[in-house]
Design a protein around this ligand. Structure first.
Ligand code: PRP
Length: 223
């Protein structure tokens, strides 16, 4: 049952991406009057944090799990990078660009690989984002490639000869530079996004849209 117009609203639950994104999210939430003192204790081993007054709950999870919690309704709202949303392909609404965590999804490699990207030769692409890489090469470029899934330190792949290029996130570009690699093609810009469970959006529409408009106003001021 909807809690709109009810004096005893249900809790709204947020899944935040553990780490820098969660910290930036809570800084932004503080600006719209949402805080969670419990979360500030660095020694706490608690997994879920509550703001009783506002009837809000927050939990931290690994980025790729955030869309899962939101799709299943275990969280009403999630904060996660656009890269993860694209890669996971869950049934969730992406409703707001928070403007932080800006970076780019790119095809990278040694300068010598530029030529290979134009040719017909079957190249190997190492990445933590196989769906994004596949969509880019197969649907946007119409190029058949071999995709190799890795879990981190992707820049290693072309250096040790596992692949010709990589599809990875570039933020400052320093990891590429320090390893003699360059951006060869840009796939898309990325940043932190708010995602919402479709049922929650319907049942808790007033609370969620109210929160989104407040966030929107703060973001607009900062730009
Ligand atoms: C990310 C990404 C790049 C690096 C880019 O890796 O995969 O390696 O950051 O940042 P830069 O352009 O500012 O150098 P992350 O540190 O998240 O770890 P990972 O290699 O384990 O994915």
């Amino acid at each position: 049952m909807s809690s709109e117009g009810n004096n005893n609203p249900r809790y709204l639950t947020f899944a935040l991406t553990k780490g820098r994104l969660a910290k930036k999210t809570m800084e932004l939430f503080e600006q719209i009057g949402i805080s969670c003192e419990e979360m500030k204790d660095p020694d706490s081993r608690k997994l879920i944090f509550v703001n009783e007054e506002l009837k809000l709950k927050f939990f931290l999870s690994k980025g790729p799990d955030v869309p899962t919690y939101v799709e299943y309704g275990a969280a009403d709202i999630g904060i996660v990078g656009r890269d993860t949303i694209q890669e996971e392909g869950r049934k969730i609404y992406e409703v707001l660009d928070l403007g932080f965590g800006r970076c780019r999804m790119c095809v990278c490699g040694p300068e010598s690989a530029r030529e290979k990207l134009r040719g017909q030769e079957l190249i190997r692409v190492a990445t933590k984002y196989p769906h994004i890489a596949k969509d880019y090469f197969y649907n946007q470029k119409n190029q058949t490639v071999e995709i190799i899934k890795l879990n981190g330190s992707i820049e290693l792949a072309p250096i040790v000869g596992l692949s010709e290029v990589i599809v990875d996130i570039v933020e400052t570009g320093s990891t590429l530079k320090e390893n003699g690699l360059v951006v060869l093609e840009e796939i898309c810009p990325l940043s932190a996004r708010v995602v919402v469970n479709p049922v929650s959006m319907r049942m808790e529409n007033e609370r969620i849209t109210g929160l989104l408009s407040k966030l929107n106003r703060v973001i607009a001021q900062e730009e």
